[in-house]
Design a protein around this ligand. Sequence first.
Ligand SMILES: [Zn+2]
Length: 199
Amino acid sequence: MVKIHINSHFAIGVIIASLFNHYFNFTLLEFSLIVITSFINDFDVFFSKYAKDHNHRNLVSHSIIPGVIIFSIGLIFDWSVLIVCGFVYFVHIFVDTLDWGTNFFYFPKKTFGLRFLMPKVEEENLSKYLANYRYPESYFDFKYYNNKICMAIEIILFILMIIFVVFLAFEYIIVVLFYFLGLYFHLSRHFYLKKIEAK
Ligand SMILES: [Zn+2]
């Protein structure tokens, strides 16, 4: 399933880490930990086969549970970095409810969200839409890149990330380099799918 791309989750992580760096003066390690927490759970995609409908968004890592646990441990030990990590984890889950939805509360095993990128008529006839493509993932990928709102969000988050890191955490600007790694991953896949589907 395609969703808000990993580089955008990364950008949100940098924005929040920079914001709190203003108050807590994080070390590079602490700053990086917060940024990593903002996107790390998307790697649960490698465990998709254990998920309901093989959708990684149904795994516990895409529910609010880990974020609540990290946040609580941070509160108990009065550990600001963990509190912020719990918060960014929650923000990731919340953002994921906006595009395709996620298994928010985990136990009801129900997709929860506003799901702006998944209109009901398409969801009900998904197999018909997927049949138009050689690879089902092309459908999701093209949908993302043809969506002006998705593009606008991605660009706005990038600009905000740069502004926040420059003004509030300039000493860690080097971390932003990893943003381009995520961007490269998505773009190279996009052009690869485009080439295949064009045939
Ligand atoms: Zn996600």
